[in-house]
Design a protein around this ligand. Structure first.
Ligand SMILES: NC(=O)c1ccc[n+]([C@@H]2O[C@H](COP(=O)([O-])OP(=O)(O)OC[C@H]3O[C@@H](n4cnc5c(N)ncnc54)[C@H](O)[C@@H]3O)[C@@H](O)[C@H]2O)c1
Length: 247
């Protein structure tokens, strides 16, 4: 069955792979990203593969922009049935050096941005008594992460928000689950590695029971399953797709 899926951060990394996987499953896909060019490229690539897709340039921390984007999506491909929130930013600073500005920025994008997107999409799902929500959190939100106090707090908030939405909207046929990746090879993790904010991929891989870094397809395949009909009895769960890095 073709559903309408919105993927934030769909222009790159994990979000981009989620767009591909949902498109391959026959869903219509709206790619939301603050990077207009990346969103348009992603939508163009999807269309070339026969997927009904559109791009919206939107900063998820801005509520009006999110509301406008979802109005555009409804007009173009229909009401939102699947919402995947992958838009996010990472910053590294010793805890006592985190400025209020950096704190506010990370919380605004990662946590408040997720709040805006879920709140804007849920009424559509309630209307049809069906919905799938997958938030992309981080292992930092489960186990903490040195020099990432703001990031870890934002992702811990995403996990708690997702569980709350699951409890509140389960009776409406809506599931809400979160995937907290550990270390996935994406532009975000490569930038952190280049800035020496994280150890080399080889060092990280050696600490993962599965012996390798995650791929965007590892995350996207699980996400697509959580968005499927078959996953209707899975809700409020923190689904680790991390090679056993967090047990
Ligand atoms: N890569 C990892 O190892 C890893 C680990 C844990 C969690 N995550 C989380 O996974 C998600 C995806 O990360 P990724 O690794 O694919 O990174 P990425 O940088 O490749 O992709 C993130 C996308 O989000 C977009 N974005 C950033 N700010 C935005 C905003 N305000 N509004 C809309 N879009 C915005 C970016 O333009 C980009 O396209 C993030 O939430 C990240 O925190 C990633």
């Amino acid at each position: 069955m073709s559903r309408v899926a919105v993927v934030t951060g769909g222009g790159s990394g994990i979000g981009l792979a989620v767009c591909r996987h949902l498109g391959q499953q026959g869903h219509r896909v709206a790619v939301l990203d603050v990077d207009r060019e990346a969103a348009e490229q992603a939508a163009e690539d999807l269309r070339r593969c026969g997927v009904q897709a559109l791009a919206c340039a939107v900063d998820v921390s801005q509520r009006t922009a999110v509301d406008d984007a979802l109005a555009t999506v409804r007009g173009a491909i229909g009401p939102v049935e699947i919402m995947v929130t992958s838009a996010g930013i990472a910053e590294f600073s010793a805890f006592t050096d985190i400025s209020l500005e950096a704190w506010n920025k990370v919380i605004a994008v990662n946590l408040t941005g997720t709040f805006h997107c879920l709140q804007a999409a849920i009424p559509d799902m309630v209307h049809v008594a069906w919905g799938r929500i997958v938030t992309i959190a981080s292992s930092a939100g489960q186990i903490g992460s040195p020099r990432q106090g703001h990031y870890a707090a934002s992702k811990g908030g995403v996990i708690a928000l997702t569980k709350t939405v699951a409890r509140e909207y389960g009776a409406h046929g809506i599931t809400a689950n979160t995937i907290p990746p550990f270390f996935v090879d994406t532009p975000m993790s490569r930038a952190a590695e280049a800035a020496r904010d994280i150890p080399s991929p080889a060092e990280v891989a050696a600490r993962i029971p599965g012996g390798r870094l995650g791929t965007v397809d590892d995350i996207a395949a699980t996400c697509a399953f959580l968005c499927s009909e078959e996953a209707g009895y899975i809700t409020g769960q923190v689904i680790g797709v991390n090679g056993g890095a967090v047990l």
